[in-house]
Design a protein. Structure first.
Ligand SMILES: [Zn+2]
Length: 436
């Protein structure tokens, strides 16, 4: 109700205003830009101030949307029901919204210049399998439920920003797409963001990702990772009568012991994890297959490639060792393959990027300080292609991500909402109003 009342006031004020255009921040390196802090200029704009002022009296509405969205299950690859709800909510906020063929929700806020785009995105999916109890339990400003923070808070912020912009009748310079994307988690392999970047690449100037809670960090460095599966197969047989035949599990063990002895550097930080091993059918059978899933990550693409090669070489060596020691090779040999399950490319945002300048200005404007982080997020995709992107928390605080004990506390969330909106507007630019 308070939204409708305030809307009228804004419309009235708009009648006595002329619209001038403020170009988006292009480079902090330019003398002009360095003289003018982009965030402080934004808050000179009455419409921007009206949008920022919308958050505080509407925090309980934002919390409601977060609970509502969180209670709609959305495992990766099954985000449809949640997507439909978010599409309806973005439409209610006055954005022309649709769902693309990948399943992403896209709400468009047309800019003065529709040839350039800024995307603000929050992922829809969760790591929790179908059937997980996602009921939200509340205690004051604290809410608990799987997915409430990651990424209930990001989706809620997306909706709140759309509402605030609608309320203030804000017109950006560059078109802003409000995106709720699919497939960020696990084997979703960033498929939603890949589709968005693919579809809009030629116009896309910047991507702001809202993921989880907090205001303490800005992810500008994309952690490269690969997920691989090694599979070894053989003829299989009886543990007693066929003893001496090559055994796929033996070969996998031989290969994996070699692999875990691989030296990885601490700088650039490089890691590996054998996360799953499967194979065999019974204790008295020589198995016909063995497989393992391995996650490898590095701050450096070359190290990542080196580690992937090492895994392949170790599996080959494990198979060779097992074949060499087999007494009976007459009934067949072992086959192997290593498949890529997923790949998240790396990339870094340049230190003089206008997007980072917009974030820093927003931080200054709301009295926040944030540290640079490297992480694996939706921002990996644009960053790997040289498109400016960051990932930030959506405000408030949270914990227990990816666990059933996940929680979110909305206390102070308005600062995160203002920071996110100022960052997006800082890079999109706004139509500036000036009283006669
Ligand atoms: Zn997330």
């Amino acid at each position: 109700m308070s939204q409708r009342r305030c809307c009228k006031l804004t419309v009235k004020r708009a009648l006595v205003c002329v619209i001038l255009l403020t170009m988006p921040v292009r480079s902090v390196a330019s003398p002009q830009a360095s003289r003018q802090a982009p965030g402080s200029r934004l808050t000179d704009n009455a419409r921007v101030r009206a949008a920022l002022d919308w958050f505080t009296p509407n925090i309980s509405w934002v919390n409601e949307q977060q609970a509502r969205v969180t209670e709609i299950p959305a495992p990766s690859f099954q985000e449809g029901q949640r997507a439909a709800a978010v599409k309806a909510m973005l439409s209610e906020a006055g954005l022309a919204s649709h769902i693309d063929k990948t399943g992403n929700v896209i709400g468009e806020l047309p800019g003065v210049d529709d040839k350039e785009l800024v995307v603000v995105a929050a992922h829809l999916d969760t790591v929790f399998p179908p059937g997980t109890d996602v009921k939200v339990h509340r205690d004051g400003s604290r809410m608990a439920a799987p997915g409430i923070s990651d990424n209930g808070s990001g989706i809620a912020a997306l909706l709140a920003m759309a509402r605030a912009v609608q309320f203030a009748h804000l017109k950006p310079q560059r078109t802003v797409l409000f995106v709720a994307d699919v497939g960020e988690e696990g084997e979703g392999n960033l498929r939603g963001m890949r589709a968005i970047v693919d579809a809009y690449r030629s116009k896309l100037k910047a991507v702001v990702v809202l993921d989880g809670s907090g205001t303490d960090h800005v992810t500008t460095k994309a952690l490269a990772s690969r997920r691989l599966e090694a599979l070894i197969t053989g003829p299989g047989g009886h543990s007693w009568s066929d003893f001496g035949m090559p055994n796929p599990i033996n070969a996998l063990v031989r290969g994996s012991v070699r692999f875990i002895n691989t030296k990885v550097p601490t700088t650039p930080r490089t890691t590996f994890n054998i996360g799953q091993i499967e194979g065999g059918t019974s204790v008295n059978s020589i198995p016909y297959e063995a497989r393992m899933k391995v996650d490898i990550r590095s701050e450096n693409e070359e190290e990542l490639a080196r580690l992937e090669s090492a895994l392949r070489e170790c599996i080959v060596a494990g198979v060779r060792d097992e074949m060499d020691s087999a007494r009976d090779r007459s009934k067949g040999k072992l086959e192997w393959k290593v498949e890529l399950l997923g790949s998240r490319p790396g990339g870094d945002l340049s230190a003089d990027s206008p997007l980072l300048a917009a974030l820093r200005a927003a931080d200054e404007s709301v009295g926040n300080q944030s540290r640079i982080e490297r992480s694996s997020t939706d921002a990996n995709i644009p960053l790997s292609l040289g498109i400016d992107a960051i990932s930030i928390g959506a405000g408030g605080s949270g914990g227990g991500a990816h666990s059933l004990l996940e929680w979110y506390d909305s206390a102070g969330r308005e600062m995160g909402l203002k920071r996110a909106l100022l960052t997006v507007l800082g890079i999109s630019g706004v139509a500036e109003e000036k009283s006669r």
